[in-house]
Design a protein around this ligand. Structure first.
Ligand code: EPU
Length: 419
């Protein structure tokens, strides 16, 4: 078993370069299945979820070559299979994008119901509603999703819930549909724009991504032959911004898009941190103890749920009593039990948690309960006094590239140890 051992506290200082966005990459890879050709994708984060996506694509007939550690050449001319490797698809969430892409290309698909972090109920009813509106029949049989269609025809689809996954999936299914599809009440996250840009680069006709109404004019085929670069990871950048505040450090975060970080910057300024934008670089520093805050997670451009645990670490150490309301996931406060082992004083109930700020955290043995919880525990370990051991690294490795190396380069005393 592997664990991270962190000896704190360290004031993080220096530069960190942000990788390509996980939640973009895990949608762009299935999106390549719509292409009758070859494409190259750069700035791909080298993480477990990407490696798993590659294995699944290969199982469907794609040929994939790693050109270097962050670039892939993908040949999807010969997609032979419409049953995705079921065990692999059950291992992570983004396998649901195979439904939209293979349904779009081959008009039939079977995948295992998606797995991923346990954040409470994670229904896919809005995805299914979209596929059915386009003319597909969808059924769930023996834990698998089966979808098929004689043909897909563009239509107007109103999503009842702002859903990142449903917005992308309906976009994928409608790229090759006949006629025009309009997705209303669409999600607006940076990676939605990224997937639309990727598909348009390959020959699709998608307009309005990044607003709440996306219009997709169906095209006959996507030819590929192009190179695309994945957008920088908003959540990884936010993780390091909050690590700078929690450790009262001074970090320059390189290769990020500052406007994607506005919702985080605003909160950091409110609690007494400093943020300076210089092109693609964002410097964050904090000399004083941060002050309390009230946070509500919301779809983009609101405060992201995927940074809620990392913000929870900052508020554990803030002066005063803070409140976080989690409006997206029903079980995203499991990390608070682990932080309380480190001396935090958090009371979580349902979708709210109260943080009575403490002056310091103390090292302890803690367990990642999901991906972002794991990142938060690393941030806590860096800020805490003494030795922290973080277990269940498989969650963290799914979504962060070289995380301990990046923290070590910023001055953290952190080692990965195999027990
Ligand atoms: N929802 C439904 N029905 C649906 C779809 C969603 O009720 O058909 C609900 C969900 O239960 C949730 C809300 O709508 O309460 C929003 O869910 P959404 O569909 O936006 O989430 P997702 O697509 O499953 C992606 C990210 C998550 C991130 C959320 C919200 C990927 C692979 N996952 O999930 O990322 O938290 O959007 O931004 O893109 C992570 O990276 O750690 C992570 C969990």
């Amino acid at each position: 078993m592997e664990k991270l051992v962190i000896n704190g506290p360290s004031r993080l200082k220096g530069e960190v370069t942000i990788s390509g966005a996980k939640n973009s990459a895990v949608a762009i890879l299935p999106a390549t299945l719509l292409i009758d050709g070859i494409c190259t994708i750069n700035n791909v984060p080298n993480i477990m979820d990407v490696k798993l996506s590659c294995e699944i694509l290969e199982g469907l007939g794609a040929k994939i070559k790693w050109i270097n550690k962050n670039s892939l050449e993908i040949d999807t001319r010969n997609i032979t299979n419409t049953i995705a490797p079921i065990d692999l698809t059950r291992k992570f969430r983004a396998s649901y994008y195979l439904i939209g892409s293979i349904l779009g290309r081959k008009k039939e698909i079977e995948v295992g119901l998606p797995g991923g972090c346990n954040l409470g109920a994670r229904p896919i009813d809005q995805h299914i509603k979209g596929f059915e509106a386009l003319g597909a029949e969808v059924e769930i049989v023996g834990g698998n999703v089966k979808a098929s269609a004689k043909k897909l025809t563009g239509t107007n689809i109103y999503l009842d819930i702002v859903s990142v996954g449903a917005t992308i999936n309906v976009m994928l299914a409608s790229v090759l549909a006949e006629g025009t599809t309009i997705i209303d009440n669409a999600a607006k996250e940076p990676h939605i724009v990224d997937i639309a840009n990727f598909l348009n680069t390959m020959g699709a006709d998608i307009r309005g991504a990044g607003t709440d109404m996306i219009k997709i004019n169906g095209v006959k085929s996507l030819k590929g032959g192009q190179t695309y670069s994945v957008v920088p990871d908003q959540i990884e950048a936010g993780t390091f911004m909050l690590a700078a505040v929690a450790s009262r450090g001074d970090i320059v975060i390189k290769n990020c898009i500052a406007e994607h970080l506005d919702c985080i910057t605003a909160k950091i300024l409110e609690i007494g941190g400093n943020v300076e934008v210089n092109g693609d670089n964002v410097r964050v520093w904090c000399n004083e103890r941060p002050t309390k805050a009230v946070i509500k997670t919301l779809p983009y451009p609101g405060f992201p749920t995927d940074l809620q645990p990392q913000m929870g670490v900052v508020l554990s150490l803030a002066d005063g009593t803070s409140i976080i309301n989690e409006s997206i996931w029903e079980s995203r406060f499991q990390y608070t039990n682990e932080l309380n082992k480190m001396g935090a004083q958090i009371t979580a109930q349902g979708k709210s948690a109260i943080f009575e700020g403490v002056e310091t955290l103390q090292g302890a043995s803690v367990y990642s309960t999901d991906l972002r919880a794991g990142a938060a525990l690393i941030v806590a370990g860096v800020a805490a006094e003494g030795k922290t051991e973080v277990y269940n690294l498989e969650h963290i490795d799914r979504g962060y590239e070289n995380i301990e190396e990046k923290f070590r380069n910023l001055g953290a005393d952190i080692q990965r140890i195999t027990e």
